[in-house]
Structure formats: structure tokens, C-alpha cells
Design a protein around this ligand. Structure first.
Ligand code: 1GP
Length: 245
């Protein structure tokens, strides 16, 4: 079974948590330690990526350290073709659908596709949109942000992603967002589509994580929370329990 099928199947039975690690935010060994802790706490996968990366080497080293310390699948969450790693299990082959820059919509994909083919990592097709406030991802991605209460536009993008054949849809408020995507938007998007819905950005505690899952997210992603937490295992376990309901 492909990883995409496995995630879709598991997320049908229970809500999942993915841990996002940005290679720019910590040394590879620390990323490995965080991944190990995330696995112990019940996270289902590690996503690796960020908007401010500088080299493929950075990504390679982080992915290798994660693989060394944990058994979780590693899915790249790339901001461009330069940031792929053959050591990962899969890559979110994601189009930033509301970017004004065609690079993020399709052109980087054209550059990166041969690497994906020859490295053998699994491409997981995903539509990705950024909602206000968008934070760094919104700026770097040159995004026409979806207004936080513009549910109609969010639903339109979600349906378009599904009709284009994408296997997952991702609502992103931006890393470090003061507030996550609203429950109302999540519920309406989830109601409209048949593909799994991933939600991230600004989710830092059990309450918001639980609300996000309850509203309809199949997968809840946290990033920042992993970086600055003293008792990470406990903090993540609480978040994951709350997601699972
Ligand atoms: C993943 O960008 C987010 O969608 C991560 O956001 O860092 O706010 O958890 P946080």
C-alpha cells in the first residue's frame, strides 16, 4: 500500500497528527530527537520543510537524523524543487493554488518531478491554500490570501483541488499564526470534499487542536509547538489525545 493510501485509510478511522519540522529551525540531531519524542507521543508522520531554507544538504541532514531516531514516515513539505531529499519516504507534491507566482503553482514541480521519479520517493498530490494571516509562507509564497471568513472561496479551492485529481487538501493559516483557521471554514470545506483535509498553522495547544479536529480536519499539523517545549512528550500527548477525541 502506498503511504498516501495508508494515511487516507488511517484518517478514515481516527484523526491524525503530523509533526512539522523546519530544517532551518534546529540542528539535525535535535530534529531527530523531536521526531523520536513525537513518535512516542503518538504522532503519525513527520513533515519536513519551511519557507526559508537555503540548501538541499540542510534537508538531507535533517531527514537522515529523523530516520535514524524514529520509525515515522518522513514526508517532504517543500517550498521548491531544490529542497527535495532522496532519504525521505514521500513528498507532498503540492501546488500552492492561491499563489500569484506560477513557480509555486506548477513550475517548481516541473523542475523537481524528474528527481522524484529517479529517487523513488512517493509523490502525494495535494492542493495547498493559505488563509489569512498567512505569516511567512504567505509572503514568501506571494499569495493572494483567502480572507479568514471567506468560506465560499476556500470551498471553491477545495473542490477545484479535488476535481483536478489531487489526493489531499491543505488549509494553512501560516506557521506561528496568532489564530488557526476557523472551525466554520474547516467544517464547510470538509463537508464539500471527499478527499482528506489537512489543517495547520497557529495550533499550539490541546484546545485549538481538538477544535480543529472536531470541526472536520482529518490531519492536524503542529510545527512551532515542537520547537520550544520543555516537556515535549507530555505537551504533544495532550494535543494528540485531544485530536483523537
Ligand atoms: C503547518 O505551518 C504550519 O501547516 C505549522 O504551523 O508552526 O503554527 O504550528 P505552526
Amino acid at each position: 500500500m502506498s503511504l498516501a493510501e495508508d494515511i487516507a485509510k488511517k484518517s478514515n478511522k481516527k484523526k491524525l497528527h503530523f509533526s512539522l519540522l523546519d530544517p532551518d529551525k534546529q540542528k539535525p540531531e535535535i530534529a531527530g530527537f523531536i521526531a523520536k519524542t513525537a513518535e512516542e507521543a503518538g504522532s503519525s508522520a513527520v513533515m519536513v520543510g519551511g519557507s526559508t531554507l537555503v540548501s538541499q544538504e540542510q534537508v538531507d541532514k535533517t531527514v537522515k537524523a529523523i530516520k535514524k531516531h524514529s520509525n515515522l514516515p518522513v514526508i517532504l513539505f517543500p517550498s521548491g524543487a531544490k529542497f527535495l531529499s532522496k532519504y525521505a519516504d514521500a513528498v507532498f507534491f503540492m501546488s500552492l493554488l492561491n499563489s500569484r507566482n506560477l513557480g509555486y503553482v506548477i513550475r517548481e514541480h516541473v523542475k523537481g518531478a524528474p528527481f522524484v521519479k529517479y529517487s523513488g520517493i512517493e509523490p502525494i498530490s495535494m492542493g495547498y491554500v493559505i488563509i489569512e494571516p498567512g505569516m511567512t509562507a504567505g509572503k514568501v509564497g506571494e499569495v493572494d490570501l483567502i480572507k479568514k471568513d471567506d468560506i465560499e472561496t476556500a470551498v471553491g479551492y477545495a473542490l477545484a483541488a479535488q476535481y483536478l485529481g489531487m489526493n489531499f487538501f491543505y488549509l494553512e493559516a501560516g506557521s506561528g499564526a496568532p489564530k488557526p483557521v476557523s472551525s466554520k471554514m474547516i467544517t464547510e470545506v470538509k463537508k464539500s470534499i471527499d478527499i482528506p483535509l489537512i489543517v495547520g498553522g497557529g495550533i499550539r495547544g490541546p484546545k485549538t487542536a481538538g477544535e480543529t479536529a472536531k470541526a472536520g480536519a482529518d490531519v492536524v499539523v503542529t510545527g512551532t509547538k515542537l520547537e520550544k517545549e520543555k516537556n515535549l512528550k507530555k505537551a504533544l500527548s495532550d494535543i494528540i489525545k485531544s485530536i483523537e477525541g
